[in-house]
Ligand binder design. Structure first.
Ligand SMILES: Nc1ncnc2c1ncn2[C@@H]1O[C@H](COP(=O)(O)OP(=O)(O)OP(=O)(O)O)[C@@H](O)[C@H]1O
Ligand SMILES: [Mg+2]
Length: 318
């Protein structure tokens, strides 16, 4: 549904997006990840037509965004909802009025507005807060109001720019669960910008890693975490400390294999002892993936690798 090819974006002489080519499927939960200044928000704003791009192509539903005229852009934006880190609610309006705002601007009837607002406040679990003001709500509740407001015009895509960055971990999880529910129930494509790998792990099916406007990773989330390349490791801040003696082998366990006692079986079958240097299991997108580093003696390397190769396990020598 969204296809970006060789997109470049400059602010003055500074290139902030360099040769970005990605595609985002309808119904996907897609994460854009990177450190501050990487160009995440800029890319998001290009996608909803708030920001022009210098060269390259950005198609949404096969329409080139920079070719749209003002009127076309206005109706295009209707298809795209957006939520932000600081919620962007109108303080002097009630929850009801905040959610109703986009529909009022588009001239919906009072009856339609009423029906939709109640439906959406129920969806986000705030049906009892319609008459409250933003100042009377917690951060998580404010974000729920913002989510309801973003859904009023029945968008196809929901863009989220650091929507959970101002929230504590539990509230973050509850908002991410709500986004998942919206994705599934309403079949809305979700693109979320974040600098938190936890958010990516919890919700995203696919992720794009940006660094100084360049793509440094683009893959299914499980792949990114299961077998991170050098850039990804650097991003995650992982330093691999391993013994100097012997051979260190890193094993990657795919989702179905993570819990199997591969190591203990191998030790028994080969009648051999080895050290587990370190290991880690992680939940990515409701699947468990993991990796483990073992240390063996030099003269056992051949036998161990033979065994590993027979078992369809991804491995590398460190
Ligand atoms: N309106 C602007 N004019 C000039 N430069 C800009 C403008 N907006 C952003 N930039 C620059 O473009 C680069 C990318 O900014 P962007 O806001 O997209 O980063 P980000 O990844 O969203 O960062 P953060 O995590 O801090 O929100 C930065 O170097 C920033 O200074
Ligand atoms: Mg940003």
């Amino acid at each position: 549904m969204i296809s970006i090819k060789n997109l470049n974006k400059y602010y003055g002489d500074v290139k902030v997006l360099n040769d970005i080519s990605i595609s985002i499927k309808a119904g996907e939960i897609f994460a854009i990840v990177g450190h501050s200044g990487a160009g995440k928000s800029t890319l998001l704003r290009c996608i909803n037509g708030l920001e022009d791009y210098s060269t390259g192509s950005l198609l949404v539903d096969n329409k080139e965004i920079k070719d749209l005229n003002k009127e076309q852009l206005r109706s295009f934006r209707k298809k795209i909802g957006m939520i932000f880190q600081h919620f962007s609610l109108v303080q002097r309006k009630t929850v009801y009025e905040n959610v109703a705002l986009p529909m009022q601007l588009w001239g919906y009837t009072k009856e339609n507005i009423d029906k939709k607002v109640i439906e959406l406040l129920t969806l986000v679990g705030l049906e009892n807060k319609a008459d409250s003001y933003p100042s009377q709500l917690s951060g998580g509740q404010k974000q729920r109001v913002a989510i309801a407001r973003a859904l009023t015009l029945e968008p196809e895509v929901l863009l989220s720019d650091e929507a959970t960055s101002a929230l504590d971990p539990n509230t973050t999880t509850s908002i991410l669960n709500l986004l998942k529910e919206i994705n599934e129930k309403l079949n809305i494509t979700i693109i979320l910008v974040t600098h938190e790998m936890e958010v990516v792990k919890q919700i995203a099916q696919k992720a794009l890693l940006l660094e100084h406007g360049n793509i440094i990773g683009f893959d299914d989330t499980e792949e990114l975490f299961l077998k991170p390349d050098e850039k990804m490791k650097e991003f995650l801040g992982e330093v691999e400390v391993v013994p100097n003696d012997g051979v260190n082998i890193k094993l990657y366990f795919p989702k179905d294999n993570a819990y199997q006692s591969f190591i203990t079986t191998m030790a028994r079958k080969l009648d051999m002892d080895f050290n587990i240097v370190w290991g880690k299991l992680e939940e990515v997108n409701t699947h468990i993936v993991g990796n483990m580093v073992i240390n063996i003696k030099d003269d056992e390397k051949h036998r161990v690798l033979e065994y590993i190769k027979q078992h369809d396990i991804v491995w590398e020598i460190l």
